[in-house]
Ligand binder design. Structure first.
Ligand SMILES: [Zn+2]
Ligand SMILES: [Zn+2]
Length: 475
């Protein structure tokens, strides 16, 4: 175990009462702060009855279907401690892998604040990569970093490279030999249904999971899951033709309900299917409008009941909130009247995009204060934005001034407009964004820059098909 960052973690601990006061004074949410100003859905509940013509893929009651798993993966859960140390906590083999996971594991990740590298223990050759999480708060919210790699079937070493929470530099914080604990077996009752086929052979498995749906609400969940497809189809969501979409139902004992009235550092595992809850353990202004796992290992184990690339969690709730974090999870309230907007906005975060609004307090997707330039595709911290360095320079004309005055947007001109990144601060600089109308703000559709960014991540996640994987997919 390598310990990093010394006592930095303690500097961020502040008074509980102050944090609560701050939280109650600001109207905060991970999506746009004011729910009245975002697009509403029309005909919210117009899907009736059980979806017809859909096939049951797997069921915990049907041994034959249950056996039809995906490709073998090694899942590594790394615990984070407040003294800024990381340590492998659990190593499991499961069948949640997909062809896309095997393909993409061969390339170095472009995004993500926590990168895992699996190395051959004898030769030190990098065998596979994975990455997860946006910014410095992720380690506190999840308290665990989870990676999935193709099962190497040999002795391996895990290297964790994480963003330094002050400088933003990517540094090695762990290098540890990997010992497989066991093949897990857990009796969980569930049903898995196919909702939409992909129209390409090279596809991604998008799985919609039920959370907080109590006994007797299964049919409601199937209907809610159909609305995910409608919301994505209705907005021509980027890469939709590559997505095979299915849904997993399992009963929860507890519904999400309302957030606790005060934050508290103690984390108690939530007795629901995935154990998601408002992260009251992180003294962070917006904790009551997002959800994170109360037990990250249980969360990842349950997701892995079926093969998946992108998990979308539908929570049986009608409140206005939503969460998306890079390759970790997307969760939205199924009965919100802003459901479609929330789903698209939070999926945008899942693909690495940051906020394009600038109100409502700091964002949880906050990078280290001294970071020079964040990897989120739709914001820049460049001191004096220079066209040659802008991430989205392909859509900016050489005649557009940088920074770009807001009046230029009346002609739909892309540039570097002041704003975005909520109210999070950048040392000695400001955030700029490509335009003034986007779902990552409160718009109905993604701007061209965000749309292209999502398409690029999806292409990367499908993986370079012609490249021979370093780990054989024959097991
Ligand atoms: Zn957001
Ligand atoms: Zn955008």
């Amino acid at each position: 175990m390598i310990k990093g960052f010394g006592s930095f973690g303690f500097a961020e601990i502040s008074c509980l009462c102050c944090a609560f006061l701050l939280a109650t004074q600001l109207s905060l949410a991970n999506p746009f702060p004011d729910s009245e100003k975002v697009p509403r859905d029309e005909n919210l509940h117009h899907v009736d009855g059980f979806p017809i013509g859909l096939s049951l893929l797997r069921s915990s009651n049907d041994k034959r279907l249950k056996a039809a798993g995906g490709k073998s993966v090694i899942r590594i859960d790394i615990a984070w401690s407040a003294d800024e140390s990381y340590q492998i906590e659990k190593v499991s083999i499961d069948k949640s892998g997909t062809s896309a996971l095997y393909n993409r594991s061969t390339t170095t990740p472009k995004q993500g604040s926590y990168v895992g590298v699996l190395r051959d223990a004898n030769t030190n050759v990098a065998l596979a990569y994975d990455s997860i999480g946006t910014g410095r708060r992720y380690r506190k919210l999840a308290r665990s970093i989870a990676f999935r790699f193709p099962n190497p079937n040999k002795s391996v070493i895990l290297e964790l490279i994480a963003e330094n929470p002050l400088s933003g530099k990517m540094e090695q914080v762990l290098r540890q030999r990997v010992d497989v604990d066991s093949t897990e077996s857990e009796e969980v009752q569930f049903e898995h249904i196919l909702l939409k086929e992909a129209s390409h052979a090279q596809k991604l498995e998008v799985v919609i999971y039920a959370e907080g749906y109590k006994a007797g609400t299964k049919d409601k969940f199937w209907r809610d899951a159909q609305r995910v497809i409608q919301a994505l189809t209705g907005s021509d969501f980027p890469g939709l033709d590559r997505m095979q979409i299915s849904a997993v139902f399992s009963e929860s004992k507890l519904a999400l309900g309302q957030p606790p009235s005060r934050p508290s550092p103690e984390v108690k595992e939530r007795d629901s299917f995935l154990g998601l809850y408002y992260p009251h353990w992180d003294q962070f202004g917006r904790w009551y409008h997002v959800v994170y796992p109360t037990n990250e290992k249980k969360f990842r184990r349950r997701l892995a009941l079926v093969p998946y690339d992108y998990p979308i969690v539908l929570i049986n709730s009608s409140d206005y909130w939503g969460v998306g974090n890079y390759m970790s999870h997307t969760a939205v309230p199924s009965d919100s009247s802003q459901f479609s907007y929330l789903l698209r906005h939070e999926l945008g975060h899942f693909f690495g995009l940051n906020e394009e609004y600038q109100d409502g307090g700091p964002t949880e997707l906050e990078f280290a204060p001294d970071i020079y330039e964040p990897w989120s595709q739709n914001i820049t911290f460049l001191r004096s934005p220079l066209l040659g360095l802008l991430k989205w320079k392909a859509v900016v004309s050489p005649s557009t001034p940088l920074p770009t005055p807001s009046r230029y947007w009346s002609r739909g001109v892309f540039g570097a407009y002041r704003g975005g990144y909520a109210e999070s601060e950048v040392a000695g600089a400001h955030s700029h964004k490509p335009g003034l109308d986007c779902t990552m703000d409160r718009g109905r559709t993604f701007c061209e820059v965000c749309r292209h960014a999502i398409e690029e991540v999806i292409a990367d996640d499908i993986g370079p098909a012609n490249l021979k994987p370093r780990i054989s997919s024959s097991f």
